[in-house]
Design a protein around this ligand. Structure first.
Ligand code: C2E
Ligand code: CA
Ligand code: CA
Ligand code: CA
Length: 266
């Protein structure tokens, strides 16, 4: 057949074949790795304009016994592709809620929020609302401390379904942040319909905010947009004091990046 012919041609390329085999191996090893406790949540601090920690973003790490630390940039897309992101994402939500419940008894951490990244596949999952509710109930975590991060592109699928799920979760007190903001295509009218609490300025705009007037203008525009929609803003990828000062002068009040802390075990 035509399809078999195409595959046959593809497999004459040894580099492609090697990549395909690596993908298959990683898919299998991920399933084993979750059972074996190889996944851990790291946290990166989110600080206010005084540099005080106000919360953390949970960032998933895979400590592979042979391959070493595998980046989420490598395994999340594979997990999305195979559907394994559903059990993996459920584990992340459970772990995050357990951490929140533990923080509630810690005077230094009881007011922190914990942000969790949701994948596109999780958002389309029919029982997402139930999964989050169960993780919250089982741990006793305060829903208002849980923040779910979504990207603009994820919201483009089945807008009505997404909004109804977000509303059900927001009703429970869960907050939503729009991740990597500025890299997608959000219209103002559309943003207004979503129960959002926060925008996160993508780190590509933060990187050159001192040198590139276009990036500075984008950061300023996002801050104005957020103010008019009554949303908070986190500047992502802040690596220097100069970036921090510039963004603070623009009115930004929350920051995340290597300047304040790298992701570390929670
Ligand atoms: P993200 O959600 O945009 O997360 C921020 C990424 O920026 C993290 O990479 C973080 O380590 C990195 N970062 C933070 N501060 C700085 C900085 O100052 N400079 C630079 N250059 N980078 C900085 P990480 O941990 O490798 O995660 C990559 C992506 O993997 C995340 O991007 C997110 O999309 C995804 N991811 C991570 N954990 C999860 C998860 O539990 N579930 C899902 N669905 N996706 C996840
Ligand atoms: Ca994120
Ligand atoms: Ca981001
Ligand atoms: Ca630029």
């Amino acid at each position: 057949s035509k399809a078999a012919g195409r595959n046959a041609v593809r497999f004459f390329d040894p580099a492609l074949q090697e990549r395909a085999l690596l993908r298959v191996a990683l898919q299998r090893e991920m399933r084993h790795g979750l059972r074996a406790g190889e996944f851990v949540l790291h946290g990166q601090p989110i600080v206010d304009e005084h540099g005080r920690v106000r919360g953390q973003e949970a960032l998933l790490r895979w400590l592979h016994p042979v391959r070493g630390l595998v980046s989420p940039m490598q395994f999340i897309p594979l997990a999305e592709e195979s559907g394994f992101i559903l059990p993996l994402g459920q584990w992340v939500l459970q772990r995050a809620c357990e951490l929140l419940a533990a923080w509630a008894n810690d005077p230094h951490r009881c007011s922190w929020t914990l942000a969790v990244n949701l994948s596109a596949r999780q958002l389309r999952q029919a029982d997402l609302v139930q999964t989050v509710r169960t993780a919250l109930k089982a741990s006793g975590a305060d829903p208002r401390r849980l923040k779910l991060e979504l990207t603009e592109s994820q919201l483009l699928h089945d807008v009505e379904d997404t909004i109804s799920k977000m509303e059900a979760l927001a009703e429970m007190g869960v907050q939503f942040a729009l991740d990597d903001f500025g890299t997608g295509y959000s219209s103002l009218a559309y943003l207004k319909r979503l129960p959002l609490a926060q925008l996160k300025i993508d780190r590509t705009f933060v990187r050159d905010v001192l040198d590139d007037p276009n990036d500075a203008a984008i950061a300023r525009t996002i801050l104005q947009l957020a103010a008019s929609l009554d949303l908070s803003v986190v500047a992502e990828g802040v690596e220097t004091a100069a970036q921090f000062d510039t963004l603070r002068a623009m009115g930004c009040r929350l920051f995340q990046g290597y300047h304040f802390g790298r992701p570390a075990p929670l």
